[in-house]
Design a protein around this ligand. Sequence first.
Ligand code: HEC
Length: 125
Amino acid sequence: MMKRLITLSIITSGFIYMSSCYYDKANIIYPSAGTCDTTAVKYSTFINPTLNTYCNGCHGGSAAMGAGIVLDNYTSVKTYVTNSKLLGSIQQNGTASAMPKGGSKLDACTLNKFNAWIKSGAPNN
Ligand code: HEC
């Protein structure tokens, strides 16, 4: 009787122990999984602020470090969308100089959002 009880409790605690591994937290294992919303990406609320943060220290109109490439207004940004240099530079796929120069590559979600905005025609929205 005692032996069966011990066996039973070992099995039971084994189940509890193993089931504690069951609910893996996807957001910890894959930080951006399910949280990257690429629908309705806007120039005004996402593209422009992101360029201001990561790029316009060099590519702002009055900045001297951007080799004359200006990314702080829609019209100019659109030029680099049209010639594919914008996406090529941030995706660092070898078709344009890798950007941001001297910095680390933008995160995957940000790249997906740029891609989605460009695919939707890069609207001035
Ligand atoms: C530290 C300054 C600096 C930062 C920050 C920077 N750039 Fe540049 N960028 C340059 C310079 C200098 C050039 C011209 C020389 C070259 O192509 O490497 C350039 C070139 C480019 C080009 C043209 C590439 C080509 O092959 O014709 C694009 C497009 C561009 N940058 C986009 C960006 C974007 C988008 C960001 C932000 C994610 C960014 N840059 C951040 C300095 C910078």
